[in-house]
Write a protein that binds this ligand. Structure first.
Ligand code: HEC
Length: 208
């Protein structure tokens, strides 16, 4: 009887010890849950490429870097150049003396204020002889490229070859617009054969 009494009083004591109320655990669980959710939504999945103030990878991907019209023209021109011109004039613009492809890097034909002659060359092609950077070329002709290229393509590829600073300090001319190309093309619309260097100089006496 005495033992039973004691047991009872121990029970009583243990519930009075004053440990945390069960609600504290519930609250803690809730906080952990909220914390996990918060991290999920704001930590970018712990992706090293996501950092403040961006919350996740989508926010970073949606960031639009504003590119200038010059940069856009240059980038598109690089695409046209790689696709067409680089086969002969080489990716580095140095051409190939052995094959008869003159350089565009440092070429006095490319580095002129007026783009007219080069627009005409791209449009109709060129047959030698032509002197470029102190050497005479003419073993092979350049085929007309105009058929495959829009005014914008020609404008952009010209912007690329005139502004490619990797090709030398002189390559810092302003960009060419599709309107400039369209004007020159309209003037030479009747022309079907490739130009000679002499004809280009006569046709566009002011380009230098
Ligand atoms: C199939 C080879 C070939 C392709 C493709 C080609 N060219 Fe040419 N290009 C030549 C050759 C060859 C000459 C020199 C022709 C001559 O000797 O009369 C030349 C000459 C030139 C010239 C004048 C000379 C100089 O070196 O400055 C320019 C400018 C030029 N090309 C630009 C271009 C551009 C821009 C493209 C691309 C849209 C292009 N070419 C595509 C072969 C090519």
């Amino acid at each position: 009887m005495a033992a039973k009494k004691q047991e009872k009083s121990m029970d009583k004591t243990s519930s009075n010890v004053g440990g945390p109320s069960p609600w504290v655990y519930v609250l803690m669980l809730f906080l952990v849950y909220w914390g996990i959710n918060y991290l999920d939504g704001n930590s970018g999945g712990f992706n090293a490429k996501v950092y403040a103030p961006h919350k996740n990878a989508t926010a970073v991907a949606n960031l639009k870097v504003q590119k200038s019209p010059e940069d856009l023209a240059f980038e598109d021109g690089a695409r046209v150049y790689r696709g067409i011109c680089a086969a002969c004039h080489q990716p580095n613009g140095k051409g190939s003396d052995n094959a008869g492809y003159p350089p565009l890097a440092g070429s006095e034909w490319v580095l002129t204020e007026s783009p007219d002659r080069v627009i005409a060359i791209i449009n109709n092609g060129l047959q030698g002889p032509i002197e470029v950077a102190g050497k005479t070329y003419g073993q092979v002709a350049m085929p007309a490229q105009g058929g495959a290229l829009s005014d914008e393509d020609i404008a952009n590829v010209m912007s690329y070859i005139r502004r490619n600073s990797d090709w030398g300090d002189g390559h810092n001319y302003s960009i060419i617009t599709a309107e400039q190309v369209s004007e020159v093309r309209a003037k030479i619309a009747d022309r079907t054969s490739a130009w000679t260097a002499e004809e280009l100089i006569n046709q566009f006496p002011d380009s230098q």
